[in-house]
Design a protein. Structure first.
Length: 615
């Protein structure tokens, strides 16, 4: 009898465990579905905001392929390499025929797969160098002021102090992408190209391993010209031209790019190796899509416009045999959708819920897909407390490893804690904010010093960081927007005291405290009409002249294996608490109080007098 009871108990425990696992998997499917549907309404298809076109698979269909044997996965990747080689060969043969007058400039139907030739990127056309117009090559998300009426908001959680330029890339393997331009009058400039073609590290859009970076200080200017980003160099030099080369190759991204193995992502020289297209792997059912090159201008000098006082750079391709050309699609639909402006949405005041409350600090972003999965997973666990967090965490880790070969212990570049489209010179802290009626958020902390550049200063100074900002964005009713930006504050717009400490206040415009003004030591910004938003703090470091070792939330102080909620060894004391951790006095502490309570603090406002957030 005792033996039977023991067996029954074991059976019950086993069944309970299986039920919890099933619920955990259902939870992750719910998270994944939210990721797919995050920006969807009945009027918007799944891929509305993407520039590419891949099969519309369910997460269950994608995840089912994760059970491949190692030999099957290796064959899957080898098939992708062979297909890429055939695509490249046929494209190069056609380009050469066109170049010598034996083919039409428009790529014929059937030569490119549907994932490349579709309603978003179609009628791919070849151009001679003299026909190329840079203003037609680049997507542009311009640095701009936020509309004070919130009627026209840029999306994609961009920093409003940054001009984002992007090229859609498609060329044969072993060709080159050549870019020449002038160094901008700005705080920072960097290129980021999709990694060399390697099916082991697939990606789609902002999912997958980070791009290969080229930071401003590593670029050697043309002979007789000046790189104004070097410390103590002439920022206003007239002669400021550069040429950079991106080799477009297949192969191991890290072997081809030593910059990926450097902890600070620094490597001298004007050459990086990227890919002319990218494999989407299991996530895209093996489709190949165009690659991209990003160019960022952080904080253009005042009066220089979004292009920071220089003309747009020109990009050309060159085959191994020397033929120079450009290949571009009609991407008007993709541009229209990606750059469409959103109208601010007024929603009812909402008090913070669950783990978004007084004890919760920040999540450090180790990739865009991951941060969404983590924040949504935490919300799911908080709402359904029967679910062990370990199950959700395990499933997030499993998906990230299966889909994109990313994990802290994986071979490089899979162990790099950044994803495509995030800037690896930034460390990002993310948090959701829920704003109640006539309430105020006050954020206090210490800001790193940054170089003064916005007023055309003569030289780039050394400092503790290159750039710092905090932005907040909402997604509208039912998530129909892709993070419409309600406001950003960068370092030189924030009032600081003699210790470089700040007080930033967010409230609705009609609920601004009377003492939330610079004379009182407070920087105020309108939270906007949407009650639930996410905030994104950027701390940019460029080693060694714009770098703080002690309190910077970089990957040594807040590592992936302990700083990410999804990891088994997650340490919430690093940045996850609403109090100083790894960042010491630089940790942004959040206070939540009524407008009346904040006004009672008087003027000037002392940060230490602001009450702790208590629920």
């Amino acid at each position: 009898m005792k033996k039977n009871k023991t067996l029954a108990a074991i059976l019950i425990l086993g069944l309970s465990f299986l039920v919890l696992v099933a619920i955990g998997r259902a939870g992750l499917s719910w998270i994944s579905d939210r990721f797919h549907d995050r920006f969807i309404t009945a009027e918007l298809p799944v891929d509305h905001y993407t520039y590419y076109d891949i099969p519309d698979l369910t997460m269950d269909e994608i995840r089912s392929s994760c059970s491949m044997f190692t030999s099957e996965r290796e064959q899957y990747d080898e098939n992708a390499r062979q297909y890429a080689g055939e695509l490249s060969y046929n494209l190069e043969e056609y380009i050469r025929a066109w170049y010598y007058g034996d083919a039409d400039p428009v790529i014929p139907d059937g030569l490119l797969p549907d994932s490349i030739d579709n309603e978003k990127t179609h009628d791919w056309k070849l151009l001679k160098p003299e026909e190329v117009l840079p203003e037609e090559q680049w997507y542009v998300f311009p640095a701009h002021e936020v509309d004070p009426d919130f009627e026209e908001l840029y999306q994609h959680a961009i920093d409003t102090h940054v001009t984002y330029l992007r090229l859609i890339i498609l060329a044969p393997l072993d060709s080159q992408l050549l870019v020449d331009g002038d160094f901008p009058h700005a705080r920072e400039m960097s290129f980021h190209i999709i990694r060399p073609f390697d099916p082991r590290f697939p990606g789609t859009g902002n999912i997958g391993v980070m791009e290969v970076p080229l930071i401003d200080v590593d670029i050697i200017p043309d002979e007789g010209h000046t790189n104004p980003f070097l410390t103590n160099a002439d920022r206003n030099a007239v002669q400021r031209h550069y040429h950079v080369t991106f080799e477009l190759k297949p192969g191991d991204p890290t072997d081809l790019n030593p910059v990926l193995d450097d902890v600070h992502y620094r490597a001298p020289g004007n050459v990086r190796v990227g890919g002319p297209f990218i494999a989407t792997g299991l996530y895209g059912d093996g489709a190949i899509i165009p690659s991209t090159l990003w160019l960022r201008y952080y904080a253009p000098d005042h009066g220089t416009g979004p292009f920071a006082g220089v003309t747009l750079p020109r990009a050309l391709y060159r085959l191994e045999t020397g033929e120079t050309f450009w290949l571009m699609p009609d991407d008007s639909l993709a541009r229209e959708r990606q750059m469409m402006l959103a109208e601010g949405v007024e929603t009812q005041p909402v008090e913070p819920v669950g783990f978004f409350g007084s004890d919760y600090g920040w999540l450090k972003m180790f990739g865009i897909w991951e941060i969404f999965a983590e924040s949504t997973g935490r919300f799911f666990v908080d709402r359904f407390s029967v679910i062990p967090p370990a199950l959700i965490k395990r499933e997030i880790r499993s998906d990230l490893d299966c889909f994109f070969n990313q994990a802290p212990d994986n071979p490089s570049p899979g162990n790099i804690p950044h994803s495509a489209t995030d800037c690896p010179y930034n460390n990002y802290l993310i948090r959701h904010f829920w704003l109640g009626d006539d309430k105020v958020y006050a954020i206090t902390g210490r800001m790193p010093t940054t170089p003064e550049t916005r007023n055309g200063e003569m030289v780039m100074q050394a400092a503790e960081a290159r750039y710092w900002s905090i932005c907040h964005a909402g997604s509208g009713k039912n998530g129909q927007y892709q993070n419409a930006v309600y406001g950003c504050l960068m370092d030189d717009e924030v009032t600081v005291d003699s210790n470089h400490d700040y007080i930033i206040v967010w409230s609705r415009g009609n609920e601004r405290p009377a003492n939330a003004r610079p004379e009182c030591g407070v920087t105020w910004q309108d939270f906007g009409p949407e009650s639930v938003q996410s905030a994104n703090l950027r701390w940019m470091s460029v080693y060694p002249d714009h770098f703080m070792d002690a309190y910077n939330p970089h990957d040594s102080n807040v590592p992936w294996n302990t700083g990410a909620w999804m990891q088994t060894d997650y340490d919430h004391t690093l940045v996850g608490q609403n109090q100083a951790g790894a960042m010491g006095p630089y940790h942004p502490v959040i206070h939540y109080l009524t407008r009346e309570e904040f006004e009672a603090l008087g003027c000037p406002v002392a940060a230490e007098a602001i009450p702790e957030w208590k629920e």
